[in-house]
Design a protein around this ligand. Structure first.
Ligand code: NAP
Ligand code: 8YV
Length: 321
């Protein structure tokens, strides 16, 4: 019996992705961190690396994998992968764009409605028997409000389409102006924040966007403004955000991502003007299946030397190893 090729999982994989990998490969679950001694002997046999959007694939790991042919990320964001090092080692990186765009945009709008219309707070109000004692505090009208989108890419545009359906006016910031969008462009997040009611963050993570949303941006958003973050925890200065929420510098926040997941600062748990979700923007059965199918197809293509389905932009021009 011939043994299956070896693949390293660098994070806890979603069962849909893991099961399809296990049909063709022997999957070593985080052996590099769980059993470094065993990994030394295993590393030269690894032909593929499987990760998630939050996974770390540093240069120090890639340099131990002389026969790896692909890093296949289950997620569109790949800020944890040292792509420059992967390219130097001749290992292309793939991700799962587009298939999750609708779900992430849906959750962003869900958070806008949740914080603006205080839906989770209202649910707690009813369940805790407070309704007979008086009306709830009035909420913030969402229809017709001004939305600012930080990152008008695939998901940012899908959020804009949904917000337009609510009669919201859209403005945005990005690295480059999109003149065909028809939306107002601001060159900085602070300028954008000063001109909107809901500021929705949907950029990649990593060094280029670290703390793009800082105390200055939050001050510009102001006491009637709400922050929504569905991007990466690293994009927002979390300590500055906590202070802005505690001091009513901003009105509230809807957060799907955090600086040190799965750990969420206790200061956020206690605030009533915050809605918290556990990095679940793409977490529907339908979308997780589509992500798993695409991540698996990329892994299979990489290992068998076929054209990759969705390499990350930096690896588009790479030839096969
Ligand atoms: P995308 O199409 O590449 O769009 C990214 C957008 O961010 C682009 O408009 C880009 O500007 C902008 N951007 C990049 N760096 C920036 C900077 N320094 N300042 C301002 N804007 C900047 O990516 P996507 O498919 O929309 O995904 C975006 C991100 O969403 C992912 O990378 C991931 O981090 C996050 N995400 C989160 C979840 C979740 O579960 N919460 C799920 C999926 C994705 P240009 O257009 O000018 O290049
Ligand atoms: C996933 C994500 O939750 O696509 C991304 O960048 O952050 C999410 O879709 C993640 O990749 C799965 O762990």
């Amino acid at each position: 019996m011939t043994s299956k090729p070896d693949v390293l999982a660098v994070a806890k994989l979603h069962p849909f992705y893991l099961q399809s990998l296990q049909n063709l490969y022997t999957v070593h679950d985080r052996t590099h961190t769980e059993d470094p001694a065993a990994f030394k002997a295993l590393a030269p046999r690894i032909v593929g690396v499987a990760g998630t959007g939050e996974a770390s694939v540093p240069r120090s790991l890639l340099s131990q994998l002389p026969n790896a042919k692909v890093v296949s990320v289950f997620g569109v964001g790949y800020d944890g992968v040292d792509v420059a090092a992967a390219i130097e080692h001749g290992i292309p990186v793939t991700h799962t764009p587009d298939v999750l765009t609708d779900d992430v945009a849906d959750l962003a709008m869900g958070l806008v409605l949740s914080v603006g219309r205080t839906i989770p707070l209202a649910d707690r109000f009813v369940r805790s028997g407070q309704w007979p004692n008086g009306p709830m505090k009035l909420a913030r009208k969402v229809s017709g409000a001004r939305m600012g989108i930080v990152g008008l890419g695939r998901i940012g545009k899908a959020i804009a389409r949904r917000a337009s359906g609510f009669g919201m006016t859209i403005a945005y910031t990005a690295r480059t102006e999109k003149t065909d969008s028809g939306f107002d462009f601001y060159s900085t997040a602070a300028q954008l924040a000063a001109n909107v009611d809901f500021l929705v963050v949907i950029t990649p993570g990593g060094a280029g966007t670290k703390h793009l949303i800082n105390a200055k941006v939050l001050k510009a958003l102001g006491p009637r403004g709400f922050l929504i973050n569905v991007a990466r925890g690293s994009v927002v200065d979390e300590q500055a955000l906590i202070e802005a929420l505690q001091n009513d510098t901003i009105a509230g926040a809807g957060l799907d991502v955090f600086a040190n997941e799965p750990h969420v600062p206790e200061a956020l748990w206690t605030l009533s003007n915050v809605v918290l979700t556990p990095h679940m923007a793409s977490a529907t059965t339908e979308t997780r299946q589509a992500m798993a199918d695409l991540a698996f197809a990329n892994m299979q293509a990489g290992i068998s030397g076929q054209p990759l389905r969705t390499p990350v932009p930096e690896c588009m021009a790479m030839t096969k190893r």
